[in-house]
Design a protein around this ligand. Structure first.
Ligand SMILES: [Zn+2]
Length: 223
């Protein structure tokens, strides 16, 4: 392959990341994520994460998992609007008038590899669509290992006191905060974000995520 062919190959690859030729799930429909492969959103609440209600808009499985991995790990930007639609649904489920959306921070290395902070991208799009504010007031303040493959206890240890938050601006009104993330697994990330935000003086009222890894109706035999 000559230089021209190589460049052409790279360009085609880049274009397919931004505008996939077909649905990332079925590979047939001529859109990034077709309606048949996209489950309708539903409110999936988790209570008891430091008294903050967490709402997910869908379960992290099947085509949702495929699409989230394609967006996060392969940088398929064309999936952003559809994923943001789920997040918007979960944010609105809280019924808060004009909350501030605060995305959880990504590890810097991970964000670089993915070509930007994917949770921030989702939060920004949701906020812009419904006229809310979005602010990156949380940051990681210590080394955090990739959480994939860690147990619940390991995730908590990995994340405990690893975030800090900017203080709210002085003034008569501090907006209620909704923490946003892509996936809730053990809840360790949300818990740490809530802890750091409250320490800094933010009134956190809830969390909203695209998908929850828990099954809605756990099978009896699964223990
Ligand atoms: Zn499809």
């Amino acid at each position: 392959m000559g230089v021209i062919g190589g460049v052409h190959g790279v360009l085609t690859g880049l274009l397919e990341l931004v505008f996939p030729a077909t649905c990332v799930c079925c590979g047939r429909a001529p859109v990034a994520w077709c309606r048949r492969c996209r489950p309708g959103p539903e409110q999936r609440w988790r209570a008891g994460l430091d008294s903050v209600p967490v709402c997910a808009a869908t379960e992290y499985r099947g085509t949702v998992r495929t699409a989230l991995i394609a967006y996060k790990e392969r940088g398929v930007r064309a999936l952003l609007p559809d994923l943001a639609e789920y997040l918007r649904f979960a944010v609105l489920a809280h019924g808060q008038p004009h909350p501030l959306l605060v995305p959880v921070p990504s590890r810097r290395v991970a964000a670089r590899r993915r070509g930007g902070d994917h949770v921030h991208g989702l939060a920004r799009l949701v906020a812009a669509g419904i006229g809310y504010e979005c602010a990156t007031v949380l940051r990681l303040c210590g080394p955090v290992a990739d959480s994939a493959g860690l147990s619940s206890a390991q995730r908590t240890a990995n994340l405990s006191h690893r975030m800090d938050a900017q203080r709210p601006r002085a003034g008569p009104h501090t907006p209620p905060v909704i923490v946003v993330d892509d996936i809730v697994t053990t809840g360790a990330t949300v818990r740490e974000a809530v802890r750091a935000l409250r320490m800094a003086g933010w009134p956190v009222v809830g969390a909203a995520v695209v998908a929850d890894t828990r099954r809605r109706f756990p099978q009896q035999s699964s223990g």
